[in-house]
Design a protein around this ligand. Structure first.
Ligand SMILES: NC(=O)c1ccc[n+]([C@@H]2O[C@H](COP(=O)([O-])OP(=O)(O)OC[C@H]3O[C@@H](n4cnc5c(N)ncnc54)[C@H](O)[C@@H]3O)[C@@H](O)[C@H]2O)c1
Length: 153
């Protein structure tokens, strides 16, 4: 699904960074399409940030698609002999399919929201000053709202 997504976005004219742990496959696609490949484990903050930085070197990040696979351990809560399913496999599955996906989502969302770009780039496309939005209580980790633009890029 990742490869199909890369091909579709590339064909549509997007500048694409592939982030994967399968270096051979990633580099082959890099060579074929002229996109960038970065080795990045979806669960690693540093590696995902490095992949995002690679994308942002080409322009503002607009799209993040995470369809990584990984080890998934299934089983019955209770085996036929009455023994409980092991916890290690469950932990691995949650780590790979829940924590790692969330890791990519949160870091990509911050980049897409423009946390690393000058705010003026967004405000510059508005010819009239935006009306102040109503004041709302925000939680400690709420992102700072971006100024509204008449026509955002
Ligand atoms: N193919 C289907 O029909 C289908 C249906 C439902 C859900 N899914 C899920 O969608 C996802 C993708 O499916 P697929 O068929 O494209 O799988 P795939 O095995 O073809 O590709 C998964 C890719 O994820 C990479 N990967 C594995 N662990 C990684 C990690 N920690 N960090 C970064 N990359 C990692 C692998 O190297 C591989 O390139 C999987 O999570 C799968 O369970 C697939």
């Amino acid at each position: 699904m990742g490869e199909a997504t890369v091909r579709r976005l590339h064909a549509a004219g997007a500048r694409v960074v592939i982030a994967d742990v399968a270096d051979e496959k990633g580099k082959a696609l890099e060579q074929e399409l002229g996109v960038r490949y970065v080795h990045a484990d979806a669960g690693s903050e540093d590696e995902v940030l490095a992949a995002i930085a690679e994308a942002e070197a080409m322009g503002p990040l607009r799209i993040s698609v995470d369809v990584h696979g990984g080890p998934a351990v299934g089983g019955r809560l209770l085996g036929k002999d009455g023994s409980p399913m092991g916890i290690d496999g469950f932990r691995t599955t949650i780590e790979s399919y829940l924590i790692s996906f969330f890791n990519v989502m949160r870091l990509a969302a911050a980049a897409i929201a423009g946390r690393n770009r000058p705010r003026t780039a967004v405000a510059a496309s508005s010819s009239t000053p935006p009306r102040s939005p109503p004041t709302r209580a925000r939680s400690a980790n709420s992102p700072t709202p971006l100024p509204r633009a008449a026509s955002s890029p």
